[in-house]
Design a protein around this ligand. Structure first.
Ligand code: NAD
Length: 345
């Protein structure tokens, strides 16, 4: 197994510390010929405590694309953990999905975590399930495998959506139409919470099985969540979906979802604002997962956790009010607090 600190080394033609997205502490790379593991772990900040953040299993066209993703996502984790007010720093792991996910590959990832001796704790993210991370946890202490963070993330977004519908449209959830992209860990839980409150929901996913599992009387499957006419669009799949071209055909009045880094670039925020579409930035509302993951280590009980999740909605509402009072977008309103997280992944 090859384990490298690649922070200041030219590796695969790129030096991490010279990358435009780099303002990190350390970047590590691990490669294992037997299992096929190729993984990068980025430690953005450990100022508030050990870095925590999920592990993403994804196909990247190039090594540099993966590096860019992990640099942006790990910075986002620092901001998110700060926003959730938990004593942890920000980090992230990616695994290149060149080889299929296997027990051997996840065990090799556990060895990678062991090499870092607790400066980074991993959880799940796109492409990595709770079961996967529990398997990893059999071989390393450096994981959070106590809960599925998706349901906590969904709850924080739910409270934020409730606040946004009321604030911008004077609507209750039961009278609202919500379009969801992604029926995974976050999206499916969010659809259930909103559906239980009586919302009409349209959901899109590339995975037909997940869609069928979700479909009920008020949850309808659609081809394209972005163009669906609705009150609020909740992106809960991939990043980078809002581009100059895609925002021309949006069917929503508000955007509030869990997917990290939804804007292709920061200028999209002002385009959305000019079009009258209210965009609630992901970092402001998707920190519920880290609140759930750290509840045992921080000895928080269920009531305290529920209060913490409600606080996400309250902070979102405060940001919306501030933005409106100052005639700016919500992203501008939180700029300085939660900066530079809005690039595509
Ligand atoms: P997941 O892997 O469980 O689900 C993602 C879903 O998106 C899958 O069902 C997948 O089929 C679908 N999908 C992928 N590409 C799509 C596309 N082009 N169109 C429609 N659907 C597509 O992931 P998750 O844990 O639910 O996370 C979703 C997003 O939220 C990710 O961006 C993740 O980084 C972010 N996020 C997750 C958490 C968490 O607690 N899980 C916390 C914060 C942010």
């Amino acid at each position: 197994m090859k384990f490298l600190d690649i922070t200041d080394t030219l590796f695969n033609g790129v030096q991490a510390s010279s990358h435009i997205e780099f303002d990190h502490e350390k970047i590590f790379y691990c490669e294992d010929d037997i299992s096929g593991l190729k993984s990068i772990i980025a430690i953005h900040s450990s100022k508030s405590g050990p870095a925590i953040g999920g592990c993403r299993f994804r196909q990247y066209q190039t090594y540099e694309e993966g590096l860019t993703d992990v640099l942006r996502l790990s910075r986002g984790m620092t901001e998110k953990n700060n926003a959730a007010d938990i004593p942890f720093g920000g980090g992230k792991a990616i695994i290149f999905s060149d080889k299929p996910k296997s027990t051997e590959l996840l065990v090799a990832f556990a060895s990678f975590l062991n090499q870092l001796e607790g400066i980074y704790y991993s959880a799940e993210d796109m492409g990595i399930s709770l079961e996967d991370i529990q398997l990893v946890g059999k071989h390393t202490p450096y994981v959070f495998d106590n809960v599925d963070p998706g349901s906590y993330t969904a709850k924080g977004i739910f409270y934020s959506i409730q606040a946004a519908l009321k604030f911008y449209l004077q609507k209750d959830i039961k009278d609202s139409i919500i379009s969801l992209q992604g029926a995974g860990s976050v999206g499916s839980e969010l659809a259930k919470l909103l559906g239980d409150m009586g919302a009409t929901i349209y959901v899109q996913d590339i995975d037909q099985v997940k869609l069928q599992q979700l479909s009920t009387e008020n949850i309808h499957i659609v081809e394209d969540a972005l163009t669906q006419e609705c009150d609020l669009l909740s992106p809960c799949a991939v990043g980078g979906i809002f581009t100059e071209s895609s925002i021309q055909n949006l069917g929503c009045k508000i955007i509030a979802g869990g997917a990290n880094n939804q804007l292709l670039n920061p200028t999209i925020d002002s385009h959305l604002h000019k079009k009258g579409i209210r965009y609630i930035p992901d970092v402001l509302i998707n920190s519920g997962g880290v609140i759930g993951l750290t509840k045992d280590i921080l000895k928080r009980n269920d009531l305290q956790i529920e209060d913490d999740l409600k606080l996400i909605g309250k902070r979102a509402l405060d940001s919306m009010s501030f933005a409106k009072a100052n005639n700016m977008s919500v992203l501008e309103a939180i700029d300085g607090l939660l900066i530079c997280l809005l690039y595509t992944s």
